[in-house]
Write a protein that binds this ligand. Structure first.
Ligand code: NAD
Ligand code: TYD
Length: 341
């Protein structure tokens, strides 16, 4: 198969490209990325020796560029990871989320429709379902849970999902969608909670914990997300949505305490700061459908996965130190200036 992987220089896209190179060395991989602040070619370094890999820089929302690319190349499948992904940034600058996440998806769908691509996969998120109450552990998101978004980020991802389903129904574009819970693992940009807290703890800096720290996230190792997407791509049914998650709910405070304990840093580094506006309380995925229909099972337990991830950030200090210079430093100062004294 010849795959177009968009957003491939980001966290999950890069892990997915490496997963494909490993598991399906016969596949041809074209990685596309705009190289925004979150995209980093170093994340794809391991693929440089792969004979059937190429990188293309470009914007999924640039219709002319995308149509020319599809006219030149014959892709069998498109897997769309490209997006603006940080909820806090979507609160301060929602427009770019509309452009990249919604319009970009629609441009890709038009290209797939025009060039008869055999499979389009949209990488979505559990955040499209909104949040669950903290006192109802029995409630989990299923594929039938109504979309009920909270942030401009989740609103843009839900809109994109609706376009994907509309293109399936109206134009028979053979598309699938996956909605995954929070990921952790190597190469995650240190604006997201886990790598932010690891990198700041390593530098003995304050850890900005929003609100009371009791919001719950359902964590999945990025490797398990990649294996699920690969299964959907090859065996999933067009027009279907698949939830992905590993039943790993933790409060933010629990996760931060694990990080501090592992790094042998004091809990006094935790700084309770002003909450995120509209902060979702709890996410929790019911992954029964993908387990039952496609036989997917995660391999990582959170307790071992997080230790391995912390070790990766200890061993790859140069990687994250380089990513948090320049534009990111300005973003951090602006986002946290009134939160951290
Ligand atoms: P990321 O921010 O690390 O990477 C996103 C990548 O997309 C970056 O490399 C960026 O340069 C690229 N990009 C942004 N706009 C683009 C555009 N217009 N054209 C081309 N490339 C563009 O994000 P991630 O965590 O790897 O997330 C990847 C996908 O997975 C996203 O669609 C996200 O919504 C989804 N997702 C993420 C999580 C998570 O926990 N991180 C969970 C579920 C779903
Ligand atoms: P994040 O990694 O931004 O993912 P998402 O909001 O998409 O789930 O945040 C994970 C949780 O951590 C979320 O409840 C917000 C919280 N959080 C903090 O407490 N402090 C921080 O500095 C950040 C970035 C997040």
């Amino acid at each position: 198969m010849k795959l177009l992987i968009t957003g491939a220089a980001g966290f999950i896209g890069a892990n997915f490209a490496s997963y494909i190179a490993q598991e399906h060395p016969e596949d041809e991989i074209v990685c596309l990325d705009l190289l925004t602040y979150a995209g980093n070619l170093l994340n794809l370094k391991a693929l440089e020796t792969h004979k059937r890999y190429r990188f293309v820089k470009g914007d999924i929302a640039d219709r002319t560029f995308i149509m020319e690319l599809f006219a030149k190349e014959t892709f069998d499948a498109v897997i769309n990871f490209a997006a603006e992904t940080h909820v806090d940034r979507s609160v301060t600058d929602p427009e770019i989320f509309l452009r990249s996440n919604v319009f970009g998806t629609q441009v890709l769908l038009d290209a797939c429709r025009t060039y008869g691509i055999k499979r389009y996969h949209q990488v979505s998120t559990d955040e499209v379902y909104g949040d669950l109450p903290l006192d109802r552990p029995d409630l989990l998101f299923t594929e039938e849970t109504p979309l009920h978004t909270s942030s401009p980020y989740s609103a843009s991802k839900a809109s994109a999902d609706m376009y994907v389903l509309a293109y399936f129904r109206t134009y028979q574009v053979p598309a699938t969608i996956s909605r995954c819970s929070n990921n952790y693992g190597p190469y995650q940009f240190p604006e997201k909670m886990i790598p932010l807290m690891i990198s700041r703890a390593l530098a003995d800096e304050q850890l900005p914990l929003y609100g009371d720290g009791l919001n719950v996230r359902d964590w999945l190792h990025v490797y398990d997300h990649c294996s699920a997407i690969d299964l959907i791509l090859r065996n999933g049914k067009a027009g279907e949505v698949y939830n992905i998650g590993g039943h790993n709910e933790k409060t933010n405070l629990e996760v931060i305490k694990m990080i501090l304990k592992t790094l042998q840093k004091p809990e006094s580094l935790i700084s309770y700061v002003t909450d995120r506006p509209g902060h979702d309380l709890r996410y929790a995925i019911n992954p029964d459908k993908i387990e039952r229909e496609l036989g997917w099972k995660p391999v990582y337990h959170f307790e071992t996965g997080i230790l391995q991830t912390i070790q990766w950030y200890v061993d790859n200090r140069e990687w994250w130190e380089a990513t948090i210079s320049g534009e990111y430093r300005r973003y951090f100062d602006e986002m946290y200036k009134e939160r951290l004294s």
